[in-house]
Ligand binder design. Structure first.
Ligand code: IDC
Length: 369
């Protein structure tokens, strides 16, 4: 009797234990499956992140569209060509005065410009202005060299601009110009990334002959250390007159003459005709400044600027927009309220900046061709 019930009890316990074990096993299997799924999801995410990172690293290493791809530039006829002799269109932005807005010359800012499609950055160092080179030479040189390093690291051709403006005639401070430009040339020698703009906007009663006299002293100093460098030469009356240079070009290789265009101030039709005359006369032209004062110009000036830029695109004439800063003026790319110093969003960019970005993005298409 006892035996029977003991057997039944034993059987019952055994069944219960078996059931519990089976349940536990099934539960563990289920858990394991879930863990496996979670693991495989995590693995997949990691793989994706890894791929994206790899892409970024490749982009950084291959450095398309800039110095790394195109190397030493030179002039063939009136056109900028790269190390393989292929035409290269330069598109970029200028700093504001480096002593006033140095924070926009940081590496990430310039990398952001590169991502927008730029392949050149211009560093404007004022001469005779508050905190300009004459007043603060050491500070300006420090800012200049750090901006150069950041710009080269972002794989952008880098224009060193001796920003003559209030000083009117470049001969006025030629000694200082030669000191600074020689120091840059000594430091960077044959680095294909550096372009020299020896005088921003000659003005006042500065004649073309004054500019030639200046250029003929400054260019040999640069070329002593940087024999292959491109040199940009300013033209009379705030870089709006090419006719004298067409008649009497400076006797050096790899030189371009600068033309400046400001919507609402410049006459679009005249500007295009003047540049066309330059090209016909065999003069390599570079637009080292154009600006759109979005606070001040009328609707038709936007259209004219579009016509002007389309002309430049058509002729593959390089251009630089004025300027990368958040100064409260219509030329600025960045909104005055924005505190961001790189990777700007839609709301950080001004109306004029958005216009610039559209034209810069043509550089991205050029890259993928
Ligand atoms: C302007 C700056 C402005 C600054 C001024 C100093 O936008 O903030 O106070 O210089 O004189 C140029 C010059 C360039 C000017 C720019 C706009 O090359 O230095 O910058 N401009 O006025 N030529 C035509 C226009």
């Amino acid at each position: 009797m006892y035996k029977k019930s003991a057997i039944r009890l034993f059987a019952g316990v055994a069944v219960a234990v078996f059931a519990a074990a089976t349940f536990l096993l099934l539960f563990m299997l289920h858990e394991q499956k879930q863990i496996n799924e979670t693991l495989s999801d995590a693995q997949h995410t990691l793989q994706m992140q890894n791929q994206e990172l790899q892409q970024e690293i490749n982009d950084l290493l291959t450095k398309k569209g800039g110095i790394e791809e195109h190397g030493q530039l030179s002039i063939k006829g009136t056109q900028v060509v790269d190390q393989n002799g292929n035409p290269l269109m330069l598109r970029g932005v200028s700093s504001h005065g480096i002593a006033w807005y140095p924070e926009y010359t940081n590496y990430s800012a310039l990398k952001t410009l590169k991502d927008y499609g730029a392949n050149v950055f211009r560093i404007a160092m004022y001469v005779e202005q508050n905190d300009g080179y004459l007043e603060e030479p050491e500070l300006n040189k420090k800012l200049l060299f750090s901006a150069i390093e950041n710009s080269l690291a972002a794989d952008l051709y880098t224009i060193v601009d001796w920003h003559v403006l209030r000083d009117e005639n470049p001969n006025r401070n030629i000694e200082e110009a030669m000191d600074v430009l020689e120091e840059v040339a000594q430091r960077y020698g044959d680095n294909p990334g550096i372009i020299y703009e020896i005088c921003n906007e000659p003005n006042g009663d500065t004649t073309y002959d004054d500019i030639v006299r200046y250029a003929e002293q400054v260019i040999p100093i640069i070329r002593k250390h940087a024999p292959n460098s491109l040199v940009l030469v300013g033209t009379p009356n705030f870089c709006t007159s090419l006719s004298e240079a067409i008649e009497n070009p400076i006797e050096y290789q790899n030189i371009m003459y600068t033309y400046h265009y400001y919507a609402g101030i410049s006459d679009c039709k005249f500007a295009i005709e003047e540049i066309a005359r330059g090209l016909e006369g065999g003069l390599p032209v570079f637009v080292s400044e154009w600006g759109l004062d979005s606070h001040d110009v009328a609707e038709h000036h936007w259209n004219e600027t579009r016509d002007f830029l389309d002309y430049l695109e058509n002729k593959k004439i390089g251009w630089i927009n004025w300027s990368l800063s958040n100064k409260n003026e219509g030329y600025s790319m960045i909104e005055p309220a924005s505190r961001k110093l790189n990777s700007w969003n839609e709301e950080d960019i001004t109306d004029s900046g958005r216009f610039v970005l559209k034209y810069l993005s043509l550089g991205k298409d050029q890259k993928s061709k």
